[in-house]
Ligand binder design. Sequence first.
Ligand code: SAM
Ligand code: SF4
Length: 326
Amino acid sequence: MLVDRFERPFSDLRVSLNEACNLSCSYCHLEGGAMTKGDLTAEEFERIGRLAARCGAKYVKITGGEPTLHPEVVDIVRRLAPHFEAVSMTTNGTTLRRLAGLLREAGLARVNVSLDTVDAAAFRALTGGGEVDKVRDGIGAAIEAGLHPVKVNMVVLKGVNDDRITEMEGFCAEVGAALQLIELHTDRGNAFGVPFRGSFHSLADTERALAERAERVEIAPQHHRRRYFVPHQVEVVRPFGNSDFCSACHRIRLTADGKLKPCLMRTDNHVDIIGPMRNGATDEELLELFVQVNDLREPYWPDPVEGEAARRAVDRPEGLPRLRVL
Ligand code: SAM
Ligand code: SF4
């Protein structure tokens, strides 16, 4: 088991399969990845997963880009599954009608499907042309396939969908999915180019209201996220400027171009693993790279940042061009 300098164990590996996506969400940080196309093979993902498990990782989450566009996604799930207690995925859901059953059979346990609004026009605008019905159908397919839980990720944006939380709660309760409300986030200085100032909507009031309504509240070990049972499950994810969130981060990431990444918010401290692997490094040498990256883990927000200080932290003017690989 690897534990970092801040007493945070490494229990969760988050693997980016690709940077490619069939949607273009206006706020997307693409997992803070290098904007390069990945070309790792299923065997390479498996080997890195197996080594992460030897370091104590119990869970692996597959992401991207849109991971279900990776031609070997089912094989990758199948190869990772034996090494972990659970394999999960976050997806935009557009391909789940075709893939949910195959992924379940390959060993996928649960899934997060991103859906910020069920309104067709608003969804189209937010995703650069996406069809909401495909995602709704994908959520249905995931539930039918037995993936559990199916969580709907809703990034709440000022003036876009902040008045649609109740509607989304109703949708989730009806289909039998949990709802995960996510605050928009970005790095200090907003190098990711997220349209932050105009779009950030605090979930503080929503969370207070949930706390009053809830029959029961759980605090998840990962990131100390609060889960409110009202009675259906609504989870609130508030990373921005949140030292409590960072204090309970148990993750190491793998970028699509084969770098170990100690923190979503940082692009300056990646540790290359695919290079040494392709140059013939032994398992023991590669495990050393996990030790190295674990030593680099540190809370991005060591102190709470609120109000004006938070706004100053994101001081990059909006409207700058963003690099995308589609
Ligand atoms: N394409 C997949 C999807 O949409 O789920 C996986 C990748 S996406 C980057 C993973 C999650 O990050 C999605 O739920 C997305 O809504 C969320 N996300 C992306 N950019 C974000 C941002 N700036 N702030 C908050 N959440 C964000
Ligand atoms: Fe980003 Fe996912 Fe939207 Fe694609 S679907 S643009 S990866 S949030």
